[in-house]
Every structure is written in structure tokens, then in C-alpha cells.
Ligand binder design. Structure first.
Ligand code: S3P
Length: 442
């Protein structure tokens, strides 16, 4: 588990300079462990994120019968049990802070004839699970106990799983992925129809492991995904690219800290994850994509980022799925822009690790920035500067913690956070990497 509560303060010191690689992508890391566990034989994973969220998923698949081992400095190996082959775990599965780990594993277990108890920390216990349980119950799983669709809950997987057509009521890659993972055990086709496309790592990795997946356009923004059930998943090596959602923090820090010049190596730029980079470039940020290439089936590039003036922009709701985790740190960038930034359609932010809409506004206001929520929109009045001086309450939310520290690197007075310990859920080594660029964090 993460270490004890640790307050931390960020101070403006000078420009950020240097070159670094952020850890592996969290979404791909969870999926690599889960699909590795559902394949027959050994899957080798290079560059797995060793954050607490992903390590909890590793413990869960181990408790279900897969073998998960670390080899040397960078490699993990998973010996899978095959689709439908999970064994009933002896103890509750604890997903800590991770909604992704929990929801994806609910799907993976829903296709197996076993029962398992799912639990997590106080933040995860507050988050909605009914949205995932509903389609899994249609497939044939049963929720044995749950308190109003929240953790802890006990799920019995389907004995005779049924193919379904599912249209997620909200754009959510977690929801889509849970249904596809359950669909692996189903005879026949499982279909997910997305009105707005979300990150497609599950679909891509299923294809990588040999499953039959058809992806067709649906409307202007959506996709229709058809999975042929009961495939034999064949282990294939996985190379995990650097996480764009983690790169977002040094990226914005370099954009807003005068004189900075930073290179971020090998950042994944999957179009369904690249909304922040597109938005910052619209705001006038000096970001160059160098050496575009393909690594492990994903587009990656080195990002050269220099500090410069920003202007406020309007971010359409349609972009939210491609940058859903990046709004808190975009809001920090918006404070340092000249003019108003309006970020539309952020309802889903209310059910992340914290109510991120409320937490982001509180973060900004505590540091002298004018910000408001109108309906589901977030409005930030940028003035090219921030006073700082605030104490930010992080609510067990790693991204609120890192966003507040980024703000402190460029604001006039230091910014303090109440607890940095949750940063380790997604970005182990954040403090050391930021210090290597010259950041003053103490
Ligand atoms: C994730 C999907 C997103 C994102 C989360 C990771 C994933 O959640 O916020 O950090 O790996 O599928 P939703 O799909 O629920 O929006």
C-alpha cells in the first residue's frame, strides 16, 4: 500500500530543463496483465507501469490462478490460465485506488463460473459500479452482495454466458472493456456500440492476442465493436509505451514555467489519448513532436516542450474522451493563459478518484485563480499568472496532487498539498523525475 500521509510543497525556482521518460501507460499495463492471465502460456511485458494500481491488478490475477513474476529490471511475465479458466479466489480482491483495475476485472470474472469479492480503498468505495454490473448481469453474472452498487461487492460469474449488444450510457473505456472481457467467454458475438469513441487499447490488444474483433464507424464520433467469443488467446510480447497522462504533468510544468525547455521521450500519442497535446497547441504552447514512430502497436513521439505565452480557448465536449484524465492539469495551464478557457461536458469528472470538477475548482481558487462550474462545464479566467500560496486538499486523488504541484512550480508563492502519497498509484518516481528537471519539491 502507499506510504503514510505526506504533505509536499512546490516552489518556483527557475526554468525546467532536461530530458526524461515517464513510466509505462497505466491503461495498457492493466490490460497486459489481464489478457496475459486469460491467454494460454507465457506473456512477456516490457516497461509495465509499477504503480500501485497496476500492482493491485497483478495481485488480483495471481489470486485467480495466473502466475505473475518480475524478471530483471524491466520485464514481467504472466502465465495465463486461458479464457474462462480463473479459479475462485480465497480472499477478497483489493483494487486499492483503481477504478480501471476493478472494473476491467469485474468483466474478466463475469465470464467465469466462479464468485469473487471486489473491494478497494475509501475513494474506490465511493465510485459507481452499477453501470458495469448492469451489462454483466445481462451476460449472466449475478451480483450477490453490494451496497447500492458500490464496493465491497461479490460477483458470481456466468455459468452459461449470453451474447449481448451493449450501448454504454456514458463514454467510458472501462465500461466497454469490462463487457468485451466478459464477452471472451461468451459463445457468439458480443457487440459494444459507442456513441463517442473512447481509448481503444482493449480492442487493439485483443487483436494482438489473436481474438476476432471487428471495429466499424458508428455515426460521426462513434464505433461499433464486435468480438467473436471463445477465442484461444495466444501470448504475444507487449511493449508498454510512456503514459501520456503522466507525461501531462512535466509537459504542462514546462509550458508554464518561464525559460523551460524539456524533452519527454517516447510518449504515446494514440489519437484517443492525445487531446491535451492538441489543446495546448491550440492555446499557443510550443510543443514539437519529434521522431514519430510505432512502438508496440502505438504511435509514439518525443515531445520537445518550451515555455511560452498561452491564450484561453474553448475545449469542446467531444474532446473529453481523448483527455478525460488531463482536465485538472489543463485547468492549471488555463490559469497561466491570457483570457478565458471553457472546458465543456465534464460530467464524468465527478466520479473519478475524487469529484475532480469540484477538486479542480478548489485547487485553483485556493491559489488566487478565478474558476467556476456552470452545469458540466469548467470555466477558468486566465491572467497569465497565479498567486499561489494555497493548501490544496487532494481527496485521495493522484492527479489533483500532481496538478497542484505543477501549479506551485510556476506560481508566485509556493503551493502545498496535504498528501502526496497517492501519486504512487500512477506515477512512481514523479518527485524524483521532476527534481531532475530542476523542480523545487520538498
Ligand atoms: C481508463 C479509462 C478512463 C480513465 C481511466 C483509465 C482505462 O475512465 O479515466 O484513468 O484504462 O480504460 P473511463 O473510461 O471510465 O472514463
Amino acid at each position: 500500500m502507499h506510504t503514510d500521509i505526506a504533505p509536499l510543497t512546490a516552489r518556483h525556482h527557475g526554468p525546467l530543463k532536461g530530458r526524461l521518460r515517464v513510466p509505462g501507460d497505466k491503461s495498457i499495463s492493466h490490460r497486459a496483465l489481464i489478457l496475459g492471465a486469460l491467454a494460454v502460456g507465457e506473456t512477456r511485458i516490457l516497461g509495465l507501469l509499477e504503480g500501485e494500481d497496476v500492482l493491485n491488478t497483478g495481485k488480483a490475477v495471481r489470486a485467480l490462478g495466473a502466475r505473475v513474476e518480475r524478471h530483471g529490471a524491466r520485464e514481467w511475465r504472466v502465465h495465463g490460465v486461458g479464457v474462462g479458466g480463473f479459479a475462485e479466489p480465497a480472499a477478497p480482491l483489493d483494487f486499492g485506488n483503481s477504478g480501471t483495475g476493478c472494473r476491467l476485472m469485474l468483466g474478466a470474472v463475469a465470464g467465469c463460473p466462479i464468485a469473487a469479492t471486489f473491494d478497494g480503498d475509501a475513494s474506490l468505495r465511493r465510485r459507481p459500479m452499477r453501470r458495469v454490473l448492469e451489462p454483466l448481469e445481462r451476460i449472466g453474472a449475478h451480483t450477490l452482495t453490494s451496497s447500492e452498487g458500490r464496493l465491497p461487492l461479490r460477483l458470481a460469474g456466468a455459468r452459461d454466458p449470453i451474447p449481448i449488444v451493449f450501448e454504454p450510457p456514458v463514454p467510458s473505456a472501462q465500461l466497454k472493456s469490462a463487457v468485451l472481457l466478459a464477452g471472451l467467454a461468451v459463445p457468439g458475438e458480443t457487440i459494444v456500440i459507442e456513441v463517442e469513441a473512447t481509448r481503444d487499447h482493449t480492442e487493439k490488444m485483443l487483436v494482438h492476442f489473436g481474438a476476432g474483433v471487428r471495429v466499424e464507424p458508428h455515426g460521426t464520433l462513434g464505433r461499433r465493436i464486435t468480438l467473436a467469443g471463445q477465442p484461444e488467446l495466444t501470448p504475444r510480447p507487449i511493449v508498454v509505451p510512456a503514459d501520456p497522462s503522466s507525461a501531462a504533468f512535466p509537459l504542462v510544468a514546462a509550458v508554464i514555467t518561464p525559460g523551460s525547455d524539456v524533452i519527454l521521450d517516447g510518449v504515446m500519442l494514440n489519437p484517443l489519448r492525445a487531446g491535451l497535446v492538441a489543446t495546448l497547441i491550440e492555446m499557443g504552447a510550443l510543443i514539437e513532436r519529434v521522431g514519430m514512430r510505432n512502438e508496440g502497436g502505438e504511435e509514439v513521439a518525443d515531445l520537445r516542450v518550451r515555455a511560452g505565452a498561452l491564450r484561453g480557448v474553448e475545449v469542446p465536449a467531444s474532446r473529453a474522451p481523448a483527455m478525460i484524465d488531463e482536465y485538472p492539469v489543463l485547468a492549471v495551464a488555463a490559469a497561466f493563459a491570457e483570457g478565458t478557457t471553457v472546458m465543456r461536458g465534464l460530467k464524468e469528472l465527478r466520479v473519478k478518484e475524487s469529484d475532480r470538477l469540484a477538486a479542480t475548482v478548489a485547487l485553483l481558487r485556493a491559489n488566487g485563480v478565478t474558476a467556476d462550474i456552470a452545469g458540466d462545464d469548467l470555466i477558468v479566467e486566465g491572467s497569465g499568472r497565479a498567486a499561489g500560496g494555497g493548501l490544496v486538499v487532494t481527496h485521495m486523488d493522484h492527479r489533483i496532487a500532481m496538478s497542484a504541484l505543477v501549479m506551485g512550480l510556476a506560481s508566485e508563492k509556493p503551493v502545498k498539498i496535504d498528501d502526496a502519497s497517492f501519486i504512487a498509484t500512477s506515477f512512481p518516481g514523479f518527485v524524483e523525475l521532476m527534481r531532475s528537471l530542476g523542480a523545487d519539491l520538498s
